[in-house]
Design a protein around this ligand. Structure first.
Ligand SMILES: Nc1ncnc2c1ncn2[C@@H]1O[C@H](COP(=O)(O)OS(=O)(=O)O)[C@@H](OP(=O)(O)O)[C@H]1O
Ligand SMILES: Nc1ncnc2c1ncn2[C@@H]1O[C@H](COP(=O)(O)OP(=O)(O)O)[C@@H](O)[C@H]1O
Length: 186
């Protein structure tokens, strides 16, 4: 048991949490990152907003810009994961071909990549509306909001799908952690 835990701590991986704004990506990524860190894992969270401030400042939310953003994040994640870090990526990544390109980059380098769909219906996300984006879209102050008037291509075969509606954060976070244990990563 102890040996398995030690091996899991050495393994890097990218865990990409894709889903709509306010789906729960960041909440789940941070909860699991904290749990991993306290049990001796090396962990990074590549937060979408932070990346846009630091690495993707010039990019907007067109299809092309979102693709570029996702490829940049995929590049950084793979570098870290290749070097033994658990990389949690709570980034919308609305297009299947962008996500597939990130997976292929990982596979080409023999680096573990797991796609987690945080599957929260838009009706629930728009009530949560953590950053007020749904309200701004409804008021006509913003266009091109993912899941409302911009596409979100749901993953058809994610490694894990998490439903958050009506479930406490602790439950869904525990589910994600359990999945990482099953994959020999926690
Ligand atoms: N038009 C539009 N559509 C979607 N999201 C928007 C938009 N404008 C701003 N935001 C906020 O930008 C946050 C980061 O987006 P991402 O980099 O994760 O998106 S993407 O993968 O490049 O599409 C994203 O963060 P999350 O809410 O954490 O998902 C949004 O809050
Ligand atoms: N089971 C759950 N898992 C994750 N978040 C949840 C859950 N239930 C309610 N929430 C709430 O939903 C909101 C999700 O916000 P956030 O994690 O910032 O979303 P995202 O990063 O996808 O935009 C938070 O306020 C969080 O507390």
């Amino acid at each position: 048991m102890r040996a398995a835990g030690a091996a899991a701590r050495e393994r890097g991986a990218t865990v990409w949490l894709t889903g709509l704004p306010s789906a729960g990506k960041t909440t789940l990524a941070r909860a699991v990152a904290e749990r991993l860190a306290t049990t001796g894992h090396r962990v990074e969270v590549l937060d979408g907003d932070e990346i846009r401030r630091c690495l993707s400042q010039e990019l907007g939310f067109s299809r092309e810009d979102r693709h570029t953003n996702v490829q940049r994040i995929g590049f950084v994640a793979e570098l870290l994961a290749r070097n033994g870090v658990k990389v949690l990526v709570p980034v919308i990544a609305p297009y299947a071909d962008s996500r597939d390109a990130v997976r292929r980059r990982h596979e080409a380098n023999g680096t573990t990549y797991l796609e987690v769909h945080v599957a929260t219906p838009v009706e629930v996300c728009s009530v949560r509306d953590v950053k007020g984006l749904y309200a701004r879209q409804a008021a006509g102050e913003l266009t091109g909001l993912t899941g409302v008037d911009d596409p979100y291509e749901e993953p058809t075969a994610p490694d894990l799908r998490i439903r958050t509606e009506g479930r406490p954060v602790a439950d869904t976070a525990a589910g994600l952690h359990r999945f990482l244990v099953e994959r020999g990563l926690a």
